[in-house]
Design a protein. Sequence first.
Length: 288
Amino acid sequence: MRTPNVRLALFYFLFLHSPYIQARVIAHNSLISSLNGTLPTMVSTRHHPGDFPSPEKAAKELAKSTPAPTTTGASRKWVHTPSVALTIWLFVSVPLVAWDAGYVLLRPHSMPGGRLHSPVWTPYALYGTVDYIYGWPAYNAQNGFTAAQTVMNLVETAGYVYYLWIVYCYGATVTSSRDTYKPKKGLVWLLTADKVVAGRTGAIALLVAYTASTMTLSKTLLYWLNEFFSGFSNIGHNDLSSLIFLWIIPNGLWILFPTYHMYDLGVEILNALEQATPRGKPGRPKSS
């Protein structure tokens, strides 16, 4: 009968000579060898912080490696380019709308027989017979549409006047080399010169002009639709020639030009949005 020591020695002999155990030992030795090659480097790194560059030196190296910003794309300062066609149209339409508003809001004194009618509003003696909205029938019926649309006209006009003021005060002339300079301003410059309004001021002017043009078109279409759905109660009594030359053409201008300007200004807004860089979400930055 074997003693316990003999049995233990036999167990160790069989255990150490097992193929599975030998393979595990070889793998373990390989792992130790690989760690021995890197461990001194890791230890030396931990014990020598002077090998790392100082924060000032690291910042300088980062600044050298960071590319300088370019002047292309969204980094350029955005500019609004006022349209000569829009400027000329506003110089024609704004005084006419103010004249029209004066007639409507001063009725009946501005109407035929009133003390303010002549000479400022004499043409309305004829137009009041073409479009009853401006004549005695609508006034005697206390039709409020005439005055209501006139008040909206004044809101639009205020927007147009603001736009012209911005262009005149903040506009800069563009040269052939695409540079800008502050010119000697005047009426001719405002109506004909190639100019730009830069930055947020130009963006606000663009939005105001687009909004006012949208209001003008919408209100004029409402004016026409009101006639259509009322059975042409205010203009149906005219012959075709009078209707075309005294109503359709004059009122059609306030559809044609605002539509064109809405398209022109809308394209400029769309181009600016396509080139804009995304803005980060508002809020406090997360702490690291």
